[in-house]
Design a protein around this ligand. Structure first.
Ligand SMILES: [Zn+2]
Length: 180
């Protein structure tokens, strides 16, 4: 893989993950002395004047204070929050849909606390019945994610598969632990 296509995890000075940037931007930050490299991928990047080892995780030398962005409710953000897993049977599937836990017919709202990722099978089975009626249980109670470290929640979830990054990323299941 071309290391220039790799994403780089950017941590605040207190190790809070705040961004994912591309390699070119990360190298720029290194050259400007704005970040320290915490992990590298051990791939060499050649430029006209120099060779360097591709960074994977960098940490800012100064602290960035920023307002936490509000995460927009969308199908994709629900999928990402629920880690592309059916919240009833635990299946990871490409055929995922969104289910209202309390059906709209019964006054269920379209919000973070009432929408979950659901496989087609469970969705068909559940129809517009309540959990009690159908005997389904939620694997995780749905909540609004407490904070969003990056612009892209999808990238964040993908990043959890990166071993070097994992130490710095709070587990997705830990989101929403506090009131928003
Ligand atoms: Zn299911």
């Amino acid at each position: 893989m071309n290391p220039l296509n790799q994403d780089v995890l950017v941590l605040n000075s207190d190790y809070e993950p705040i961004n994912i940037c591309n390699m070119k931007r990360a190298i720029g930050l290194i050259y400007l002395g704005k970040v320290d490299v915490l992990h590298s991928d051990h791939m060499e990047i050649h430029s006209c004047s120099t060779t360097m080892i591709s960074p994977s995780v960098v940490r800012l030398r100064y602290h960035i204070k920023r307002p936490y962005p509000r995460l927009r409710l969308s199908r994709r953000s629900i999928f990402a929050r629920d880690n592309y897993t059916c919240q009833y049977c635990g299946a990871r599937s490409h055929e995922l849909t969104i289910d209202h836990v309390i059906p709209r017919r019964l006054g269920g709202r379209t919000d973070w606390e009432n929408l979950v990722c659901c496989c087609r099978k469970c969705n068909i089975k559940k129809g517009d019945k309540s959990l009690q009626q159908i005997g389904f249980h939620l694997t995780h109670p749905p909540r609004r994610p407490k904070w969003v470290p990056f612009v892209s929640l999808t990238k964040y979830v993908d990043g959890q598969r990166n071993e070097a990054w994992r130490d710095y990323l709070p587990y997705a299941g830990g989101w929403g632990a506090g009131a928003d």
